[in-house]
Each structure stands twice: as structure tokens, then as C-alpha cells.
Write a protein that binds this ligand. Structure first.
Ligand code: SF4
Length: 237
């Protein structure tokens, strides 16, 4: 199994990391054969209406963290899917043991033509400051979108500078929709941000753990496996 590199802000998309595909042409026998031999090939299509955007998967992980604020850095339309996860948070709060669900803090930088031409980093820096002033969030996630990815906004640097200024984690999540045809890459992007900046490095390592797997599931029922507890039940301090 390949080790995930937590020193870089972006995680490889599933097509590259796992060879995932979204379309297969052939019978069930060849599907099983190709899958067992790691030879699955994506069916080439000239048109598709059914692909989702990774941003919606990234947000459904990070928006569940209790005292977080989430900023979608891009045109306001990209943030349209974010609010359904405020609903998800509230509906499945009892499953996750959240006794007092709070309002989710979800924002958009709403970049327009001017920022798309001249860059949106200043607007993002101002937005992070404004969101912190309004919410006093204990962590701020910044989700990138196609527009800000294409124009090359340096979201990671803005997040790092804001983190120093505000003294709370500000985490860039790279989940532009064009990055991957496999929308579940967005889950990986969300978790990558959480693990690289929120979870402290292990102090003690268990020995002989070849068959041990930690399962993290921010969105479902509470797991207690090997002493690991889901982050979403706790406020980040
Ligand atoms: S695919 Fe791109 S443009 Fe569409 S919602 Fe996702 S990030 Fe925005």
C-alpha cells in the first residue's frame, strides 16, 4: 500500500492513486478479471451528465467538524451544494452523539470577473479574516474550485499566512471539480486536510499492528476501534 505524503497539500486523485474508474464496457466476467488483475480501464465517453463534483464530498467531511467554518473560494454557484450538508449535519447529529447541533458556518468568496482576471487571493485573505471575526471558528477550511484552480490562486500560501495571523488552523482543501472524474476523490481531499493539519503526529506507536486498520468515519455512527474516536464529536481546541 502506498503511503500518503502529508507534507504536500494535495492528495493524488483516485484515478492515479487507486486506478478507479467511472465507466466499464464489457461483461461481468471480464469486469471481475480486469479488476482482480488491476487492469480496469475507464470507458472513453465523449459526453457525460452524471458526474458529481469533488467539492460536495470534501465539504460533507469538513462541515461536520463541530466548531469549524468552511469557505468555498470561487464563484458563488460552486457553493450551492454546501448547504445541503448543513442539513446532513443536523439530521445525523444524534447518530454521532452530538447533543447540541449548532448552525454550520458556510461561506463563499463569491469571486467574479475581476478576480478571475486579476486573481482572487486578496479577496480570500479578506474573507478568512471576516469569517474569523464573525464566527470565532476553531478551524477554517478553504475549499478550492475550478475557477480558482485554473487561474492559479495560491490558496495554500494565503491559508498559511492567515493561520499565523489568526492563530487557528486554516486548512486549504484542493477539490476542484476538474481535478478528477471520480467524485469520491473529494472525500480524500477533505480527510487529507484534516490529517495533515489537525491530527497531531503519534507519540507512541503500537508494535505488531500489521492487521490493524483505523476506521475514521465523520459522517456515520460512532466507531470505537483501537481507541480511535471520531473528531466530529468534539470541539477543536
Ligand atoms: S465542477 Fe468546478 S465549477 Fe462545477 S461546482 Fe465543482 S468546482 Fe464549481
Amino acid at each position: 500500500m502506498k503511503k500518503i505524503n502529508l507534507d504536500i497539500p494535495e492528495v493524488a486523485v483516485r484515478e492515479i492513486r487507486l486506478g478507479s474508474i467511472t465507466g466499464f464496457q464489457g461483461d461481468a466476467q471480464s469486469l471481475v478479471h480486469c479488476s482482480n488483475n488491476g487492469k480496469l480501464c475507464d470507458k472513453k465517453r465523449s459526453f457525460s451528465q452524471c458526474l458529481d463534483c469533488s467539492i460536495s464530498k470534501a465539504v460533507c467531511m469538513v462541515a461536520l467538524i463541530q466548531d469549524a467554518a468552511v469557505i468555498c473560494h470561487g464563484p458563488v454557484g460552486c457553493a450551492s451544494c454546501l448547504h445541503e450538508f448543513a442539513f446532513t449535519y443536523r439530521v445525523n447529529a444524534p447518530l454521532r452523539g452530538v447533543a447540541h447541533p449548532t448552525q454550520r458556518k458556510i461561506f463563499s468568496t463569491n469571486i467574479a470577473e475581476e478576480e478571475t482576471v486579476y486573481g482572487g487571493t486578496q479577496k480570500l485573505a479578506d474573507a478568512i479574516r471576516e469569517v474569523y471575526t464573525r464566527t470565532h471558528a476553531h478551524v477554517i477550511f478553504v475549499l478550492s474550485t475550478c475557477a480558482t484552480g485554473i487561474i492559479g490562486d495560491d490558496v495554500e500560501s494565503v491559508a498559511d499566512e492567515a493561520e499565523k495571523e489568526l492563530n487557528v488552523p486554516v486548512i486549504a482543501i484542493f477539490c476542484e471539480g476538474f481535478r478528477s472524474k471520480v467524485w469520491t476523490s473529494g472525500f480524500d481531499a477533505g480527510y487529507h486536510g484534516i490529517v495533515r493539519k489537525l491530527i497531531k503526529p503519534a507519540v507512541n506507536h503500537k508494535k505488531n499492528v500489521a492487521n490493524v486498520v483505523n476506521v475514521i468515519n465523520l459522517g456515520g455512527v460512532t466507531f470505537f476501534l483501537n481507541g480511535l474516536q471520531p473528531l466530529a464529536r468534539y470541539q477543536i481546541i
